[in-house]
Design a protein around this ligand. Structure first.
Ligand SMILES: Nc1ccn([C@@H]2O[C@H](COP(=O)(O)OP(=O)(O)OP(=O)(O)O)[C@@H](O)[C@H]2O)c(=O)n1
Ligand SMILES: C[C@](O)(CO)[C@H](O)COP(=O)(O)O
Length: 213
């Protein structure tokens, strides 16, 4: 795969409360090791770690110091990328499948920018103070996942544009869209969920048993 894989892994995992997620072990592997398993063919792997973190040994990756935000961490990784296509994937999503990666990659190669999304399974409401408020139609909404794929030059331009304008974003697709470039949507997968809260670890341990089997 002639693609640079960028793994922002420099977060502190504050909502989880167990330190940086890259080093957290689930089913005998770190989340970083799990995240890398979905991209066996990536020609280049760049990982942003929290400042001062020791780079793990034995992994085929180049480690950089991340920034204060995910956006900054990705911007640093992008500077170091040397291939024309990049995949950006959260270390916090250890169970993306190779099928999902291939879907995103194909769409990114064809269009320049692609992101996986899922429909919402629950009712959505805008609370009125402490009370149940207006229901937001969920049919029109999607949950956004990673990996997201881009032409490297396009994502660099989007990050530079955001920096000039002072835009902040929680993912890369929205920066590309802010630049005025369309981002293709592909089907995400529920198992590529983001480990964010302590309860998510229970599901992660269960999935690790299946993935390890
Ligand atoms: N300064 C930062 C902040 C986040 N990330 C990465 O962005 C992804 C999504 O972030 P999140 O799930 O929010 O992880 P944390 O920032 O670690 O969690 P929290 O927000 O609870 O602190 C993670 O892979 C995280 O490591 C990063 O590279 N650099
Ligand atoms: C990139 C992301 O995982 C897409 O859903 C998400 O935006 C990361 O958000 P976080 O608040 O940094 O966890």
């Amino acid at each position: 795969m002639e693609v640079s894989l960028l793994i922002p892994a420099a977060g502190n995992g504050e909502r989880l409360g167990l330190g940086p997620k890259a080093f957290l072990r689930v089913g005998g592997r770190t989340l970083l090791e799990w995240a890398l398993r979905a991209f066996p063919g990536a020609a280049e792997v760049l990982v942003a770690l929290p400042p001062g973190a020791e780079a793990p040994r034995g992994l085929r990756a180049v480690f950089l110091e991340g920034g204060k935000t995910r956006q900054e961490s990705v911007a640093r990784l992008l500077e170091a990328a040397s291939l024309p296509l990049v995949l950006v994937h959260d270390v916090a999503r250890p169970f993306a499948s190779t099928l999902l990666v291939e879907r995103v990659l194909r769409a990114a190669q064809a269009t320049g920018a692609a992101a996986p999304v899922l429909p919402l399974p629950d009712t959505l409401v805008r609370p009125e103070g402490e009370a149940y408020g207006e229901v937001v139609p969920r049919e029109a909404l999607r949950l956004v996942q990673t990996p997201q794929g881009f032409f490297t030059a396009l994502l660099r331009e989007a990050h530079a544009y955001a920096k000039r304008r002072g835009l902040t974003a929680t993912d890369d697709a929205q920066l590309v869209r802010a630049l005025g470039y369309p981002v293709a949507l592909v089907a995400g997968e529920r198992t590529a969920f983001k480990i964010t809260y302590p309860e998510d670890l229970l599901l992660a341990e269960a999935l690790a048993r299946v993935w390890n089997a």
